[in-house]
Design a binder for this molecule. Structure first.
Ligand SMILES: [Mg+2]
Length: 173
């Protein structure tokens, strides 16, 4: 059960992930979380370095789709700015949003997909249930939704357990 919450990889932020490493790992597509992964949840424009990272990934012919448990105009604006598809109201960790994302990704196998997100209980659990690889990043912002603040308490218990078992990966880059 615990392994469903254990990311394959871990790093501080998305802009640290080398495109060459993605290629080396055989990643053909990325399902990217929005809030506190691509940008802080209370902001509407991603940082220049994150925008440029997404562009580099796209130039390397790795497809990107945004998958958020939020939706609305903010998500659509960011999707337009980055020139990538976006799926809102994803209800992660349920599989429904991930399955919708797959339609944009045209991959041969689920092992070619990397999910990137900041929450073990939504991004990591959802990705693991789908047999995708998953990279867990640090949250960009300490302020979070009320519901997220509750799940973070559960997350901190999971982190302790995963670390105790020696299966939590260390920082990659
Ligand atoms: Mg998030």
């Amino acid at each position: 059960m615990l392994h469903l919450f254990c990311p394959n990889y871990r790093c501080r932020r998305i802009s640290e992930i080398p495109v060459a490493w993605l290629k080396q790992e055989g990643i053909k597509a990325i399902i990217l979380d929005l809030d506190n992964t691509l940008l802080p949840w209370d902001e509407s424009i991603p940082s220049e370095e994150n925008v440029s990272w997404v562009q580099k990934v796209k130039e390397a012919e790795i497809r990107v789709v945004l998958l958020s448990n939020n939706g609305g105009g903010r998500l659509q604006d960011i999707s337009k700015e980055l020139g990538v598809a976006a799926i809102g109201w994803g209800i992660k960790p349920l599989s429904i949003g991930f399955k919708r994302a797959l339609r944009f990704l045209k991959v041969q196998s689920h092992g070619e997909v990397l999910v990137i997100g900041d929450q073990l209980l939504t991004d990591v659990l959802g990705a693991k249930k789908m047999d995708f690889k998953v990279l867990w990043v640090e949250s960009l912002c300490r302020k979070e939704f009320v519901f997220t603040r509750i799940t973070r308490k559960l997350e901190s218990i999971l982190i302790k357990q995963l670390t105790k078992k020696g299966i939590m990966p260390g920082g990659m880059f």
